[in-house]
Design a protein around this ligand. Structure first.
Ligand code: AMP
Ligand code: MN
Ligand code: MN
Ligand code: MN
Length: 288
């Protein structure tokens, strides 16, 4: 019998995690350590999406190549929309693109000013040296509220990260500094001009009313946004299902990301993301 089997061997589905942080922003692992850990837990396609910075991408790429992993160049951009902070992920961005980098560098300038201001405000609450402490923990990269929270825990002002945020850093608390991040249209514009795809990160975390959510998603679509992070390490299973429905209904692609920040596990460990619910079109459906 000269039968040739031309059926392709079925491939195991690739495992995606499209939202992670390294110590180039507020994660605790180096980009290479993050990639190694992702590989160890069976992730095939990993996006590094540090806050407002792409400095870790080169190191992550170099670490991913010999492991046969696909490293997606990403960024998580801080946005102010109607006095509320939103996070917009850019996936598959050209990190050499100048409009993107100029935009991110403006956000980092605001972030640096804000960090000093957070320190001043905490000082008024008799917390000394918070800016210096947060900057020390940030080890020369962007200073995030996460670093202030770690400082407050380290110095014994609070018992844990959640308490640090609730007592000092969330909106309306002494260390919260309102201000202007990127406009929604700006962030999506930078991502698109850099060839990337814009994704609303962890949509359930914003607690927008149904009307506000509709407006936000409408504006997001109008300026070129294409996807929602339906499955997030910081979502409940219920929220994953809810946003799967919204994405399918409104024609957005669906993304999935743990929002991993390191082994301390703020939200979820690496490699534990559930699959996208049925009916979603994955944001990676046309990636080669
Ligand atoms: P920033 O961009 O400096 O305002 O900091 C925002 C970061 O703080 C987020 O990316 C999270 O990593 C972290 N964060 C925000 N809220 C909380 C919370 N309730 N518990 C722990 N981490 C949080
Ligand atoms: Mn973070
Ligand atoms: Mn976020
Ligand atoms: Mn994140």
């Amino acid at each position: 019998m000269s039968h040739t089997n031309t059926n392709p061997v079925p491939l195991a589905p690739r495992r995606y995690d499209l939202h992670t942080h390294s110590l180039r922003s507020d994660g605790t692992l180096t980009p290479a350590e993050l990639v190694a850990r992702a590989h160890a837990v069976g992730i095939d396609v990993l996006a590094l999406t540090d806050h407002d910075v792409t400095d870790g991408i080169a190191e992550a790429r170099t670490a991913a190549a010999p492991l046969g992993m696909t490293l997606i160049a990403g960024v998580e951009i801080s946005v102010t929309w109607r006095n509320q902070t939103l996070h917009i992920l850019g996936l598959n961005v050209d990190i050499a693109h100048s409009a993107l980098q100029q935009g991110l560098s403006r956000l980092r300038e605001f972030r640096q000013w804000r960090a000093v201001e957070i320190g001043r405000r905490l000082q008024k609450k008799r917390i000394e040296g918070a800016y210096e402490g947060a900057a020390r923990l940030a080890r020369g990269t962007i200073v995030s509220r996460t670093h202030f929270a770690r400082f407050l825990v380290e110095q014994g002002y609070v018992r844990g990260m959640q308490q640090a945020f609730r007592q000092f850093l969330l909106r309306g608390k002494p260390g919260h500094v309102p201000g202007q991040w990127a406009g929604l249209d700006e962030a999506v514009g930078w991502i698109r001009s850099a060839g990337g795809r814009a994704v609303v990160a962890h949509p359930a975390r914003y607690k927008l009313s149904a009307g506000k959510l509709r407006q936000m998603l409408g504006e997001f679509r109008d300026c070129g946004g294409e996807a929602l992070e339906v499955v997030s390490g910081s979502h409940s299973p219920e929220a994953n299902r809810q946003y799967a429905g919204i994405a399918a209904e409104q024609g957005f692609f669906a993304s999935a990301g743990s929002d991993y920040h390191g082994p301390e596990k703020t939200w979820m460990d690496l490699g534990r993301l559930p699959a996208l619910p049925a009916g979603c079109t994955p944001v990676w459906h046309d990636w080669t």
